[in-house]
Design a protein around this ligand. Structure first.
Ligand SMILES: C[S@@+](CC[C@H](N)C(=O)[O-])C[C@H]1O[C@@H](n2cnc3c(N)ncnc32)[C@H](O)[C@@H]1O
Length: 448
């Protein structure tokens, strides 16, 4: 950065990116005194355009003090970052913005510059909920702004930029794309970055990856590639404690006698895998894990079952042998039948875990747990009460894990919030018979 002296007539005040509604007289007076005492503090300008990024109070004071030329530091800031840079510099040392000015700035960063709510939250030091609220208020109180800015966002969401983003994803350089479209490279860079930010925002706000892909007319693979650039964004609320509650989510997995809530796999995959990891589900049932992995960033899940019910689940008896994969899985998700409590519910096959007696069941699971020499595994399991006998299968599974060299690294309780068995009839039976309805399952996580 080379400081130079420029005539104040050559400097431009562009109100479109400055957040202030007006100037602060007190600040101007202080700067007038500074100029009159012969001192100067360089203002910041955009190289080339001479637009003032930081120092409009000093410029005004120079005019009043009759100073012809002032010290300027030219900065290489692209147009779409002028507002953000001006805010940051002012925040470091300048006159604080009023609440209204700050709220207008937040809306402009969002609607005009394409920043995400998270990025704005970080910049201005508020949480994302507060940012979302401010943006919502500005929208409903300023219909003009909404129409204008809404159109701008829509233009991008309406895929004007999709072919350009697609070209860029296919490896075409921004320089070449700019040449093809007859625009500057920075216009291309700006457009691509805005579309990517909007896409990330839709995804993190909870839309499924397929829906996001559809909204931006991109393929799921292209959407995944973009999302991976942001690391591991999540489109669901990650659990932060050891009791998880939830019921079946019809969006993930087809109807099946063993459907698990999708949030179990979402949380496990988010906690124990990373983009690029391979997940194996040998008891795939209705395919819930396949759909969950497909909706997360960069996870591949392969599903097997003794009785497959979807074409993307391959037939395999896990009791017989380890399934053949290109490489060993990073994470194994095990949701077998919980012992013989649903005898015959999945199939009549004698290799079906639901048709094994307890002894064979434990031996079978111990054998399965011995197939892999490294990675992470999660076992979903419930205790069993059959013919008056109580068998604590989760405890037995913890033993099986240890026998096969896995160390237990977590134990989660998943509460099913609407068990099918919880009808008035069963509640009454449990009360009068003095026994408890099963309402939770255990998730044991192991590692080796
Ligand atoms: C509890 S269900 C899994 C449900 C699944 N997690 C879901 O959310 O849809 C257990 C599955 O294990 C399968 N299974 C039972 N014995 C098996 C075996 N020996 N090899 C492979 N799959 C088996 C059953 O067919 C059944 O689909």
């Amino acid at each position: 950065m080379t400081t130079k002296k420029l005539q104040i007539s050559k400097l431009v005040v562009d109100k479109t990116f400055h957040a202030r509604f007006g100037l602060n007289n007190d600040a101007i007076e202080r700067y007038v005194e500074m100029y009159q005492s012969g001192q100067q503090k360089a203002i910041k300008i955009q190289s080339g355009s001479n637009r003032v990024i930081d120092g409009i109070h000093r410029l005004e004071a120079a005019r009043i003090a009759g100073v012809d030329s002032i010290l300027c530091d030219p900065l290489d800031v692209p147009d779409h970052l002028l507002r953000k840079t001006a805010y940051k510099l002012n925040d470091d040392h300048g006159v604080p913005l009023s609440k209204m000015e700050r709220n207008k700035l937040i809306a402009d960063l969002y609607f005009e510059d394409g920043m995400t709510q998270n990025q704005i939250a970080e910049l201005v030091g508020l949480d994302r909920t507060a940012i979302a609220k401010i943006i919502g208020n500005v929208k409903s109180h300023n219909t003009d702004n909404e129409r204008k800015s809404g159109d701008k966002r829509k233009k991008i969401a309406d895929n004007d930029w999709t072919p350009i983003v697609r070209l860029s994803l296919s490896g075409e350089s921004q320089e070449k794309i700019a040449e093809t479209y007859g625009v500057t490279q920075s216009t291309i860079a700006e457009g691509i970055s805005k579309l990517k930010n909007f896409l990330l925002e839709e995804y993190t706000q909870g839309k499924r990856k397929t829906e996001v892909a559809n909204d931006f007319s991109l393929t799921v693979e292209e959407t995944d590639t973009i999302l991976r650039e942001y690391g591991d964004p999540l489109n669901f609320e990650l659990n932060y404690q050891t009791v998880w509650t939830g019921g079946r989510d019809k969006d993930f997995g087809i109807k099946h006698p063993g459907n698990l809530p999708a949030m179990i796999a979402q949380n496990l995959f988010a906690l124990y895998t990373k983009p690029g990891d391979l997940i194996l589900d040998p008891f795939c049932g209705g395919g819930m894990t396949l759909d969950v992995a497909q909706d997360m960033v960069g996870r591949e899940c392969i599903g097997f079952d003794l009785t497959p019910v979807r074409p993307d689940i391959r037939k395999h008896d896990i009791l017989d042998k380890k399934p053949k994969l290109q490489r060993d899985p990073d994470f194994i998700f095990l949701d077998p039948p919980y012992g013989p409590q649903k005898e015959g519910a999945y199939s009549d096959d004698e290799q079906d875990f639901s048709n094994l007696d307890i002894d064979k069941f434990i031996k079978g699971m111990t054998r399965v747990l011995g197939y892999w020499s490294s990675g992470r595994v999660a076992i979903c399991m419930s205790s069993l009460k059959k013919k008056g006998e109580f068998i604590d299968l989760p405890v037995l599974m913890a033993d099986a894990l240890r026998t096969q060299g896995w160390s237990l690294i977590e134990h989660i309780i998943s509460v099913y919030n609407a068990p099918a068995s919880e009808t008035g009839y069963w509640i009454e039976k449990a009360r009068t018979g003095r026994w408890l309805l099963r309402k939770h399952l255990h998730i044991l996580v192991g590692q080796k």
